[in-house]
Unconditional design. Structure first.
Length: 133
C-alpha cells in the first residue's frame, strides 16, 4: 500500500489529512458498531451518514464511507437471505452458517479497514454491492 498520508488530499478537500483519516476510521468502525447494536439490521446507517456529511469535504472519507456502506449493505442482504432460509425450516443450518460468517466478517473486515484508513489507504472489502462511489 501507499505510505503517503496526503495521497487522497486534493485541493478541493476542506479538512486536513489527520481529520480525514479519523473520519475514515469512524466510517469503517461504525459498520461494526451499528451491526452489533442493531442485531444486523442497521449496519449501513453509520457509513451512510458519514458519506452524506463528508462526501464533499475529503476524498479519503468519501471513498472509505462509500466502501463501508457498500459492504454493510451486502452483509444486510446476507442477513435477509439467512432469515428466509431460517423460515423455510429445512434450511436452518444454512441460515446459521450465513449468520456466523456474516457476524465474523462484520467484525473482522471493518477493523482491517480502519487500520488501513489509519495509514491513509483505501481498504478493499472482500465483497460488496457497489451503490455509493
Amino acid at each position: 500500500m501507499n505510505n503517503d498520508p496526503d495521497m487522497y488530499q486534493t485541493n478541493r478537500d476542506s479538512i486536513g489529512a489527520d481529520e480525514s483519516r479519523t473520519w475514515a476510521i469512524l466510517a469503517h468502525l461504525s459498520t461494526a458498531a451499528s451491526t452489533i447494536f442493531s442485531a444486523g439490521w442497521l449496519g449501513f446507517v453509520g457509513p451512510l451518514l458519514i458519506w452524506l456529511f463528508f462526501r464533499d469535504k475529503s476524498m479519503l472519507v468519501r471513498k472509505a464511507s462509500a466502501r463501508s456502506f457498500n459492504f454493510a449493505l451486502a452483509l444486510w442482504v446476507i442477513s435477509m437471505i439467512a432469515w428466509i432460509c431460517f423460515f423455510t425450516i429445512i434450511l436452518i443450518p444454512v441460515a446459521i452458517i450465513l449468520w456466523v460468517v456474516g457476524f465474523i466478517l462484520s467484525l473482522w473486515s471493518p477493523i482491517r479497514a480502519a487500520m488501513a484508513a489509519n495509514r491513509g489507504d483505501i481498504y478493499r472489502y472482500p465483497f460488496s454491492i457497489p451503490i455509493l462511489h
